[in-house]
Design a protein around this ligand. Structure first.
Ligand code: DX5
Ligand code: ZN
Length: 238
């Protein structure tokens, strides 16, 4: 189980210290949300900020989520800034395959994200080429939104495909993850949890990470005889 605090919810006046705090609080990864004002209706921060943060959390794996319309111009700058993994969106269509190869060429891990209104089947052609599949559980662009429950069957399907095809991509969820929704996602098969507001907003980041990891672990269907909820009547496309 990977717990990845999202820097989007940290104190922007002291990002280096916040990243260091996440590292010493026991985070596995740091999630960095890059928004370009085009692919999503918001702007966050760019490679210069990531490069400035990197030395403050040398051991943390940097999970860079590109919510950007032209990621091809940003891959190298983010690799130079210290990204370990670059996540692109399946909604980019024909650009997806060349982007995957480019990220691999740069020697970094590849993630592929699927927005709530997009069918999870859109990711199917790429599953054997990626290190991580990100099922978005809110519409990207802003922190602090409410988890969209209709995304749960997509996680179940992505987990079933992984087992059937003996693939080993990580299954990440992002948006509205708290101590309730982390349990639901873990039961559905997710193993990598991005959380901004619920972690950075907690009184103790360390206690919040420890608790979230324990809940995810306790709800891991591989470790316990848990009943997986059924795939009935999804409101969003599978
Ligand atoms: C949403 C971002 C998320 C965001 C999650 O566009 O991709 O990573 O930081 O924030 P919370 O956990 O507050 O929903
Ligand atoms: Zn994100």
């Amino acid at each position: 189980m990977i717990i990845a605090p999202s820097l989007l919810a940290a104190d922007f006046t002291r990002l280096g210290k916040e990243a260091a705090r996440a590292e010493s609080a026991g985070a596995d990864w740091l999630h960095l949300d890059i928004m370009d004002g085009q692919f999503v209706p918001n702007i966050s921060f760019g490679p210069a900020v990531v490069a400035a943060v990197r030395p403050h959390a040398k051991k943390l794996f940097f999970d860079v989520h590109l919510m950007c319309g032209k990621p091809e111009i940003l891959l190298e700058p983010f690799v130079k800034a210290g990204a370990d993994q670059l996540i692109i969106h399946v909604e980019l269509g024909e650009q997806v395959l060349p982007l995957i190869w480019k990220i691999k060429q740069l020697g970094k891990k590849v993630g592929l994200a699927v927005n709530p209104p997009t069918a999870i089947t859109a990711a199917q052609p790429y599953l054997d080429k990626i290190d991580l599949l990100l099922v978005m559980t809110v519409n990207p662009g802003f922190g602090g939104q409410t988890f969209i429950h209709e995304c749960l069957p997509k996680i179940q399907l992505a987990d079933a495909w992984r087992r059937e095809r003996k693939l080993n991509y990580r299954l990440e969820v992002d948006g509205g993850i708290n101590n309730q929704t982390v349990a639901e996602c873990a039961r559905a098969g997710a193993d990598t949890f991005v959380a901004g507001t619920s972690l950075f907003g907690a009184r103790s980041l360390k206690a919040a990470i420890t608790k979230m990891r324990k809940i995810a672990h306790d709800n891991d269907p591989a470790l316990a005889d848990l009943k997986v909820p059924s795939l009935s009547s999804p409101l969003l496309p599978l």
